[in-house]
Design a protein around this ligand. Structure first.
Ligand SMILES: O=C(O)CCC(=O)C(=O)O
Length: 255
């Protein structure tokens, strides 16, 4: 784990590590092996004490797609706090679809300057990052498996924008589509908060390749040729009365 990650996860742990490193230096790191071993053991003990549950992200085996899923990405309490904050703080907007009807969900788009893009005749201009979205972005970047980039021979450039979707209840939805605009990178990370909704990935033939109720606090990553070979949707489920927020982190680069 990087120094930055330690300092964000636990300032107290970070201070401990810094303090041990100072002791290493003052005692002559290279000359005293047994002291060094002792310090390494101490560091390992602190690491395991603070590491929390092991990461549970896994690759879902779907030929032609590259989907990673972590059902427990955010602790439940934190996910609930984030849901409530974003429900009230995002600049939710119900926009018109290509045929002049409102799309069946609210949206808000945040990102770095220059990450504007057009989808389905709607132009998305980034609002400046909300602090909660920016810190979540770092954690999503850290959780994204390096293979998502390595398999595509791509440099890991992280994410620079997030599209927030609010499904107020089961009557809101998103129809079958692929996130394959030319300016959009092929690695897309999606955090779900609130009501569990069905997320379906379908082949071009229409057969369902993946169908999962995305859990409160979960992380799903689409990479590889997923957008090329598949489309995804969140269908209407009229029985659902509670809201769901989905945050899709993207990397937008204009050529
Ligand atoms: O809500 C979801 O899980 C999917 C959102 C989505 O497909 C999108 O933002 O393009």
């Amino acid at each position: 784990m990087s120094q930055k990650a330690y300092s964000q996860r636990s300032p107290e742990l970070f201070q401990n590590v810094q303090c041990i490193r100072k002791r290493c230096k003052s005692g002559g790191w290279n000359t005293c092996m047994s002291k060094r071993d002792g310090i390494e053991n101490e560091l390992m003990a602190i690491r395991s004490e603070h590491a929390g549950p092991p990461r549970s992200i896994y690759l879902v085996p779907i030929p032609g797609a590259e989907i990673y899923y972590d059902k427990h990405f955010l602790p439940q309490g934190e996910a609930t706090r984030l849901l409530n904050t974003l429900l009230s703080e995002c600049a939710w907007d119900r926009r018109e679809g290509p045929f002049g009807y409102p799309v069946p969900r609210d949206e808000a788009y945040y990102g770095d300057p220059g990450t504007q893009y057009t989808y389905s005749r709607r132009e998305y201009q980034p609002l400046p990052w909300l602090p909660d979205l920016l810190s979540l972005k770092s954690r999503v970047e850290e959780a994204t498996p390096p293979t998502a980039y390595a398999n595509l021979s791509l440099r890991n450039s992280g994410y620079n924008a997030v599209l927030c979707n609010l499904y107020r209840d089961g009557n809101d939805s998103v129809g079958l589509h692929a996130d394959a605009e030319p300016e959009m990178g092929p690695v897309i990370a999606s955090v779900s908060l609130g009501a569990e909704r069905l997320f379906r990935l379908k082949r071009k033939s229409g057969t369902v390749a993946f169908s999962e109720r995305l859990a409160h606090g979960s992380l799903l990553i689409m990479a590889g040729t997923t957008q090329k070979n598949f489309r995804h949707e969140v269908p209407k489920e009229p029985g659902i009365t509670l809201p769901r927020i989905n945050l899709t982190f993207r990397n937008i680069v204009h050529g």
